[in-house]
Design a protein around this ligand. Structure first.
Ligand SMILES: Nc1ncnc2c1ncn2[C@@H]1O[C@H](COP(=O)(O)OP(=O)(O)OP(=O)(O)O)[C@@H](O)[C@H]1O
Ligand SMILES: [Mg+2]
Length: 416
C-alpha cells in the first residue's frame, strides 16, 4: 500500500494555474519510492471554515495564494506550520512582518543596488486615542521638497507595502511630488529614485531553486507586458539574476516570488521584489505559464514527498557575514546564491526531478495541446475580458501557448 502525501491549494480567484496544475499531476499520476516506502500524492482545494486550533491538519504541503490579504487562511496556515509541521509556500510569518519597504532595507544591507529610497510619514491619519499628543509632541514639520531633492528626480512615490500599482506615482519635480503626496491618504509612502533611462526591464520568477528571467514592459497593455524574447542577457548576467532572486527568496523564506529588476549602465537594480503572491495568470504570463506550472509541480512534489522541513528561523547571520566581508559585490552575490541554493536543496532537488519526474516535460507538452487546456484559458479570459473580446483573446493566449509547445519541442528534441 502506498502512503499518501497531501498537497492543499489555498486559493482565491485563481482560475487557470490550479486547474493546469491538477490536470497535469493527474495525467502524470506519479508514485515515488522513498526510503523503501511507496508514496503517492493527493491534491485538494482547501475550504474556508471555522477550525479548532488543535484540530490536526493533514496537508504535508500547502500552496497558498491568500495569506497576504485573507486572514482566516493566514492564521490557519500559521497554526498548521506550528502545530502540524505543514510546509507552506510562502512563509506567512515573514510575509506578514516584512513589506516591500523592509525588503528594500534588507537587500541594501546585502549590498544590492536598490535605488535611493526614503520613507515619509503619512499625509493623513485614522484617529487614535494618543495620536494628537504624539504628533504634537514629536512629529516634526518637514519640507517635502528637500526629501525630493535628496532622492532626486524622476522618482516614484509608492506605498511602503504596495502591490498592483495601487497608489504608485511617477513624479518629475517638487510640485508633482507635493500633489502625489497630498493624494496619498493614510498610506505610509516610500519615495524612490527612478532608474531611468534604462535599457532592460525584467521580471524574474523563482520557484524553489528554479528561476526564469523574463523581459517585461511595464508600459505595455496588461496582456502584453511579459515578453516572448530570448537572448536579452548574456550568461554572466543570467547567473547574476539567478543569484539575486534566489538570495531574496532564501533570505525571506519565500519559495515563490518575482523580482523586478532594471538594468542601467550594465547594473541590475532590483526595484520591487516583495511579491510573494506573484502574478500567475495565463492572461498575463501566456507563453510562460507552462514553465510556472511545471516549476510549481516539481517543487511542491519535492517538498511533499521528501517531507521537506519548513525553515522557521530566517538565520540572516550567514548572509550578513558575507555582506560584512571585503569581497567584491559580484562575489558576495555569488556567495549569497550558494547559501540560497543550499537552503533550497538545489542538488537534491535536481536528482529528485531526474529520478521521479522525467515524464513531466512530455506530460505538460501533451496537455497544453488539449481542448481541456484551451477551455481553461477561455474560462480565465471570460472572467477578465469583455464578452466581445473573449474569442480573440482566447486565441491570442492559447496561440502563445502553442508557440511555447514549438519551442519546447525544439528544446526537448535537442535534449537540453
Ligand atoms: N525606482 C524605480 N525606477 C523605475 N521604475 C519604477 C521604480 N519604482 C517603480 N517603478 C515603476 O512603477 C511600477 C510599479 O512600482 P512597483 O512595482 O514598486 O509597485 P507595485 O504596486 O508593487 O506593482 P506590481 O504589483 O505591479 O509589481 C514598476 O513596475 C515600474 O514600472
Ligand atoms: Mg511591481
Amino acid at each position: 500500500m502506498a502512503t499518501v502525501r497531501r498537497i492543499g491549494l489555498s486559493l482565491g480567484a485563481d482560475l487557470c494555474w490550479p486547474a493546469f496544475y491538477e490536470d497535469i499531476i493527474a495525467a502524470l499520476n506519479p508514485t515515488f519510492s522513498v526510503g523503501g516506502e511507496r508514496v503517492s500524492v493527493d491534491i485538494e482545494r482547501i475550504t474556508i471554515e471555522p477550525f479548532a486550533l488543535q484540530a490536526p491538519v493533514a496537508y504535508d504541503v500547502v500552496l497558498d495564494r491568500l495569506t497576504h490579504w485573507y486572514h482566516t487562511s493566514r492564521e490557519w496556515i500559521k497554526k498548521a506550520i506550528i502545530l502540524d509541521g505543514t510546509y507552506v509556500l510562502n512563509n506567512p510569518f515573514t510575509l506578514q512582518s516584512m513589506e516591500k519597504h523592509t525588503s528594500y532595507v534588507a537587500m541594501m544591507r546585502l549590498g544590492m543596488p536598490v535605488p535611493e529610497t526614503w520613507m515619509l510619514p503619512p499625509k493623513g491619519y485614522e484617529q487614535a486615542p494618543d495620536l494628537d499628543v504624539t504628533l504634537a509632541t514629536y512629529a516634526r514639520m518637514f519640507d517635502l521638497s528637500a526629501v525630493g531633492d535628496a532622492v532626486g528626480y524622476p522618482a516614484f512615490l509608492k506605498p511602503y507595502e504596495g502591490g498592483g500599482w495601487v497608489g504608485v506615482s511617477r513624479v518629475d519635480g517638487a510640485d508633482e511630488l507635493q500633489r502625489a503626496y497630498d493624494e496619498s491618504g493614510t498610506s505610509l509612502m516610500n519615495l524612490q529614485k527612478a532608474v531611468e533611462p534604462y535599457d532592460l526591464f525584467l521580471r524574474t520568477l523563482g520557484v524553489g531553486p528554479q528561476v526564469n528571467v523574463i523581459r517585461y514592459d511595464p508600459d505595455a497593455a496588461l496582456h502584453d507586458r511579459y515578453k516572448v524574447e530570448f537572448g536579452f542577457v548574456d550568461d554572466d548576467e543570467l547567473r547574476l539574476l539567478e543569484d539575486m532572486v534566489l538570495t531574496i527568496n532564501a533570505f525571506f523564506g519565500w519559495d515563490f516570488n518575482s523580482c523586478e529588476t532594471i538594468r542601467r549602465d550594465g547594473v541590475f537594480h532590483p526595484i520591487d521584489f516583495a511579491n510573494a503572491c506573484p502574478d500567475s495568470q495565463v492572461t498575463s504570463l501566456h507563453y510562460h505559464i507552462p514553465w510556472l506550472v511545471k516549476a510549481k509541480i516539481r517543487w511542491s512534489l519535492f517538498c511533499a514527498v521528501t517531507r521537506r522541513p519548513m525553515r522557521l528561523n530566517p538565520e540572516w547571520g550567514e548572509f550578513f557575514a558575507v555582506a560584512d566581508s571585503d569581497m567584491a559585490y559580484r562575489d558576495k552575490l555569488a556567495a549569497y546564491g550558494e547559501i540560497a541554493r543550499r537552503r533550497f536543496d538545489a542538488d537534491r532537488f535536481t536528482e529528485f526531478c531526474d529520478e521521479h519526474l522525467a515524464g513531466l516535460d512530455e506530460a505538460a507538452y501533451e496537455y497544453f495541446a488539449t481542448d481541456r487546456a484551451r477551455g481553461i484559458v477561455r474560462n480565465k479570459v471570460a472572467a477578465t475580458f469583455p464578452e466581445h473580446e473573449v474569442d480573440e483573446f482566447t486565441d491570442h493566449f492559447f496561440g502563445l501557448i502553442e508557440f511555447w509547445r514549438r519551442t519546447e519541442a525544439d528544446r526537448l528534441g535537442s535534449g537540453s
